[in-house]
Structure formats: structure tokens, C-alpha cells
Write a protein that binds this ligand. Sequence first.
Ligand SMILES: CC(C)(COP(=O)(O)OP(=O)(O)OC[C@H]1O[C@@H](n2cnc3c(N)ncnc32)[C@H](O)[C@@H]1OP(=O)(O)O)[C@@H](O)C(=O)NCCC(=O)NCCS
Length: 184
Amino acid sequence: MKPPTLFTKRLVLRRWTDCDRTVLARITADPEVMRFRLRTLSRQESDELIDTTERCFDERGFGMWAAERAADGRLIGYIGLEEAGDDMPFRPLVHIGWHLVADVWGHGYATEGAAAVLDYAFEELGLAEVVAHTTARNHRSEGVMRRLGMTHNPRDDFDAPWYPLGHPNRRFVLYRLKKAQWRA
Ligand SMILES: CC(C)(COP(=O)(O)OP(=O)(O)OC[C@H]1O[C@@H](n2cnc3c(N)ncnc32)[C@H](O)[C@@H]1OP(=O)(O)O)[C@@H](O)C(=O)NCCC(=O)NCCS
């Protein structure tokens, strides 16, 4: 399956090009953007993120789409789907995520792009359910989950094994969305 470019009112969600590498590296090196991640990324790690997601597009038909603002062609981050390793404490493993440059927060771009990704996940990939997770301190990310109509059961919350014991970001919330809920 060839993953399509997804269009929304204000965004183009597309595959990555080499020209995106410098811009993404700047975004993933910004401590504000990465505040709720384990740490900022090096240039090499940021490049690997593109390489990994491009491989996933080829092999699985999904990945983190490069999010370009239609009005000016600016790369503002990424929005898409990822599959967690099966040692992770949640099911299903395919989860949706978003990551945008800080000066575009507060405009609804993450929710808008994620809605197109969910359409694709349910209608084209045929997934029955998609989850999303973030550290319980990341209220902006949780806000996107709520705006998408995802639901939260505290029994699903978990300690993220990729954070060391005692780290303030270790407690994660998990949100769910079933295909039938999305259609409704
Ligand atoms: C998480 C993240 C993507 C959320 O971005 P965001 O801009 O807050 O989310 P949305 O795109 O849904 O925008 C919602 C905000 O835009 C406002 N908004 C303005 N115009 C809007 C529109 N046309 N449609 C919807 N919302 C709109 C909403 O009122 C809301 O404002 P608020 O922040 O004052 O409540 C962003 O904070 C981010 O990239 N953080 C760093 C990376 C990260 O932590 N990623 C998640 C890891 S799990």
C-alpha cells in the first residue's frame, strides 16, 4: 500500500524529503518542544527519526507524516501513527502522536492533522482502535486527545518503562478511540 498525502483545510501531511532534515533537527533540539520527552535529540537522532518513519511508511503503510502548513509551505512538525514494541504496557500497539514547533501551538493544527490521520487509520488501514499516550504532565497533548473525542480510563494509565524510576514524567495517561466512536 502506498501511503497517501493527506490534505486538511490548512495542512498537507506528506512523506519526508532531505530538505526537511535541518528543520526537524531544529524542532527536536528545542527544549520547550521536548519538555515532556526524555531529552532533546541530536542531529543524528533526528535524522534517524525520519529514516525510521520512512521505513515504516514503506513497510506498514503508516508513519509520522511531515506536517506542512498549506498557506506558506512551512514544515511545522509531524503528526501520525507509530507502532510500539510488544513489551509496552498497552494494547493496541498502534498509537497516534503529534509534535509541532512551539510558535504554532494554539491554532488547532495538531487536532486538525490528527483527525485526517484517524480517518486514514480507520478507513484505509482498517484499524479497529487507536490509542494515544503522554506523560500526565503534558496537558497540551492530553487536550488534543480530548478534542479528538478520545476517552480516558485511569485504569489504563501506566509507568513508561523508557523513563527512569522516580522521573517526574514517568506516569503516563492512555486515551482510546474505537472506529465506531470516530464514525459517530
Ligand atoms: C502537544 C501539541 C501538539 C499540542 O498543540 P496545540 O496547538 O496545543 O494543540 P491543537 O492543535 O489541538 O490546538 C488547540 C489550541 O488551539 C486553539 N485553536 C485556535 N484555532 C483553532 C482551530 N481552528 N481549531 C481548533 N483549535 C484552535 C484551541 O482553542 C486550543 O487552544 P488552548 O491551547 O488555548 O486550549 C504541542 O503542544 C506540541 O507539539 N508539544 C511538544 C511535543 C509534544 O509534547 N508532543 C506530544 C508528545 S506525547
